[in-house]
Design a protein around this ligand. Structure first.
Ligand code: ADP
Ligand code: 5GP
Length: 189
């Protein structure tokens, strides 16, 4: 759901959970020092090593609803049942330079259609490898893992609806490919 508009250049990474968005996002941010990561707000619990304000703003559902009612979110989705994620509003006074979004496929399609920007779909080499990576990351219970895998099957069907598709087989190669696609978008826009 979209609540407002932005004048910043937007670059989005979208993918099923576990495909490697966060890993690629870290390298993209290193490659473009002027780029600003839009830190999302979520009602999901923090994982070990995740920091409030750096990885996400972790909030309760009432707090999320308050932000929504205040118009503080640019978009939001209930990505998993009962689990909400939203992108905070940003203005050109607060943010200089392009903004990087880490966003689910529905949110990405929404922002792209209404505000625009350049969106890369990050695909895993296979569903089996996606499951292996999610299990190896060790952040999910069996229940949340199954929810994510089930949703991933649907999300993979959206792979060709964005501006570019990067298969994250080798992380080095996938990150380099994303960086060069983004560089060319930023140069020509
Ligand atoms: P997402 O942000 O899309 O959920 P992550 O970046 O957290 O995905 O990656 C999921 C897991 O897979 C992490 O443990 C990460 O270290 C690992 N990973 C990411 N890219 C690769 C890759 N190309 N090869 C092997 N493991 C990877
Ligand atoms: P995770 O729980 O693995 O960090 O994220 C789950 C999913 O939510 C991922 O697809 C991620 O891209 C998406 N997501 C994270 N932040 C946002 C956001 O602000 N808005 C939307 N729509 N999706 C988000």
């Amino acid at each position: 759901m979209l609540l407002s508009m932005s004048r910043q250049k937007i670059v989005g990474l979208t993918a099923p959970s576990g495909a490697g968005k966060s890993s690629i996002a870290r390298r993209v941010l290193d490659a473009f020092p002027g780029m600003h990561l839009a830190v999302s707000v979520t009602t999901r619990a923090p994982r070990p090593h995740e920091e409030h304000g750096k990885d996400y703003f972790f909030v309760s559902l009432p707090e999320f609803e308050r932000l929504l009612a205040e118009g503080a979110l640019l978009e939001y989705e209930e990505v998993y049942p009962g689990c909400f994620y939203g992108t905070p509003q940003f203005t050109s006074e607060e943010v200089n330079g392009p903004v990087l979004l880490d966003i689910d496929v529905k949110g990405a399609a929404n922002v792209r259609a209404t505000i625009g920007g350049f969106f890369i779909f990050v695909a895993p080499p296979s569903e089996a490898e996606l499951e292996r990576r999610l299990r190896e990351r060790g952040t999910e219970t069996e229940q949340t893992l199954l929810t994510r895998l089930k949703r991933a099957k649907k999300e993979l069907a959206y792979a060709d609806q964005f501006d570019a598709l990067v298969v994250n087989d080798s992380l080095d190669e996938a990150a380099d490919e994303a960086i060069s696609l983004i560089a060319s978008y930023l140069q020509h826009e």
